[in-house]
Design a protein around this ligand. Structure first.
Ligand code: SF4
Length: 243
């Protein structure tokens, strides 16, 4: 599809974009992962920084690029020797250290509050319990922290603990809507439940990273390249001229 061409938007009345039922959606997800892995290469589960560092890194990554958030994390670690020091430091000092990550005045108190909450729950600065506790309990704890919603909680669980919690970011939400895996009106928050329950657990990581990659490369927000899309034959939103 040429840049700027209007994409067919499935609606409930059209019948083409109705949410697939759970069983079909699970099969669709498996087929989509196979197709995208063939196009982009396999995406085996990869563990990111675990524990408290992973939580802090995830907070720093909100609304910025990986490059900026990693620079902010490095600066934070260089400025403070321990997480206890981060907790005790004036919030302005923490904000100064993470300035390169953007939204520092919001993220600094958020990080300090998260660290305090972890210590209050476990008696130490450890998140090891997230690997063992039932999924709902782990999610509930993370989402009880200031500024952490379903997406960030799922990022921590999936990237840091390899648990099958599917983060629905803007790319996953947009591409799965276009593919008809979720309804057009499904919010990102609800999509965590709808997709998370239906995605086979072992495919959660590859499905997430492949949806993000496909959303960045081909199924772009403004002008999806449907003519180059390996999913076009199964996509109800493809440009009408694509065969
Ligand atoms: S998934 Fe592919 S065919 Fe469907 S809208 Fe996105 S780019 Fe077009």
């Amino acid at each position: 599809m040429k840049a700027g061409r209007k994409v067919f938007t499935p609606t409930a009345s059209s019948g083409r974009g109705r949410e697939a039922d759970g069983k079909d959606r699970g099969k669709s997800i498996a087929a989509i992962v196979r197709r995208l892995e063939k196009a982009y290469g396999p995406r085996p589960w990869r563990k990111h920084a675990p524990g408290v560092e992973g939580l802090v890194q995830t907070i720093l990554s909100q609304n910025t690029t990986d490059k900026n958030s990693m620079a902010a994390l490095r600066a934070l670690r260089a400025r403070f020797a321990t997480w206890e020091e981060v907790i005790k430091a004036p919030t302005a000092d923490v904000a100064s250290a993470i300035r390169s990550g953007g939204l520092a005045r919001i993220k600094a108190p958020r990080i300090q509050a998260a660290l305090r909450a972890v210590r209050a729950k476990t008696g130490r600065l450890s998140l090891a319990f997230l690997a063992r506790r039932p999924m709902e309990e782990a999610k509930a704890f993370l989402q009880s922290l200031d500024g952490i919603g379903p997406k960030t909680a799922s990022c921590v669980l999936m990237f840091c603990y390899q648990r099958p919690a599917l983060p629905v970011d803007t790319h996953v939400h947009r591409v799965t809507r276009r593919l008809g895996l979720i309804e057009q009106r499904c919010t990102p928050e609800r999509a965590h439940d709808v997709l998370g329950l239906q995605c086979p657990p072992k495919l959660v990581y590859p499905f997430h990273v492949l949806m993000v990659e496909h959303g960045r490369r081909v199924c772009r927000a403004g002008s999806p390249l449907c003519g180059e899309c390996v999913l076009a034959d199964r996509c109800p939103s493809r440009a009408c001229s694509v065969s």
